[in-house]
Design a protein. Structure first.
Length: 275
């Protein structure tokens, strides 16, 4: 779905070029749920913008569904294939009524009005916002607004959705609502998901976690593999789940417990087994 091949990118700042990504390679498969983590400034948003041709690589190539982002002619097809959600839902709302907001994308693509009507109602159901069609978006909660923004992307029928810290500005219940929708899109709609987050609990159920550090891939693998590398994660300023730390501690005390426990349920079942 998304391929970055030997990508390098730098921003010009104070007459100085500073490399943000260097020889960066990623391959996100169709239908995969990939989480990208990394401390502030590690290059996560830069990568997201590169996948949507908001930025172009200085060298190397990015392909979205085999379309090179460097080719101008691919621009709209790429943005239709791989929709992007940003941190602040307020910046993504363009209309004064929910249904108009959701219809904005497909209208720009020239989709037939009757088809738009159908899509709007369908995607509002998917994000659990059916019945809000005529509401003003600015009156909604952060989680609801973010779900409307997701509906707006879904209305363009993408195959992939890239979310750059979509829950960072939400309260805990808004975070759960949005995360739940993202997982359902992956499972039920076979949507490829690239979720950028600094909340490790949002990474636990991903197919794969990619950890960035200074524009390099530091760690990659299934959540269990990545989070069980406690020292490496902490060395770059990231945390791991409490239960993973507890498992490591118990193991160091000579207790026979796996070191790759990442959920509370796993911990409970291991403790019950020991008992
Ligand atoms: N528009 C910009 N101009 C100059 N430097 C930038 C710009 N955007 C980001 N950077 C720098 O690039 C690096 C990576 O930023 P970013 O991709 O936003 O990281 P992240 O999303 O992981 O926090 C940081 O050092 C940041 O300061
Ligand atoms: Mg960022």
């Amino acid at each position: 779905m998304i391929r970055a091949e030997n990508v390098s990118f730098k921003y010009m700042r104070n007459e100085e070029m500073n490399h943000v990504l260097k020889d960066f390679n990623i391959h996100v498969l169709d239908g995969e749920f990939v989480v990208i983590m990394g401390h502030n400034g590690s290059g996560k948003s830069t990568f997201a913008k590169l996948t949507n041709a908001i930025l172009l690589p200085e060298s190397g190539d990015i392909y979205v569904a085999d379309m090179n982002t460097k080719n101008d002619e691919n621009l709209w097809a790429i943005r239709e294939k791989a929709g992007m959600i940003f941190q602040n839902p307020d910046n993504q709302i363009v209309a004064t009524m929910v249904e108009e907001d959701v219809a904005f994308g497909p209208e720009n693509l020239g989709v037939d009005p009757e088809e738009i009507r159908k899509r709007v109602d369908r995607v509002l159901k998917i994000v659990n916002m059916d019945g809000y069609q005529t509401r003003p978006p600015h009156m909604l909660s952060g989680g609801q607004k973010q779900r409307i923004a997701i509906a707006g992307i879904l209305a363009m029928s993408p195959d992939c959705i890239i979310l750059d810290e979509p829950t960072a500005m939400l309260d805990p219940s808004g975070r759960i609502e949005v995360l739940d929708i993202i997982h359902r899109l992956n499972q039920d709609e076979n949507m490829t998901v690239v979720l950028i987050t600094h909340f490790m609990n949002e990474a636990i159920h991903a197919d794969r976690v990619i950890v960035l550090d200074d524009g390099h891939i530091k760690l990659t693998g299934a959540p269990k593999e990545v989070f069980s590398k406690i020292n490496e994660m902490q060395a770059i300023g990231l945390d791991v789940p409490e239960v993973t730390k507890l498992a490591a501690y118990l193991k160091s005390e000579g207790i026979d417990i796996p070191s790759n426990i990442i959920t509370l349920e796993e911990m409970i079942s291991e403790l019950c087994r020991l008992k």
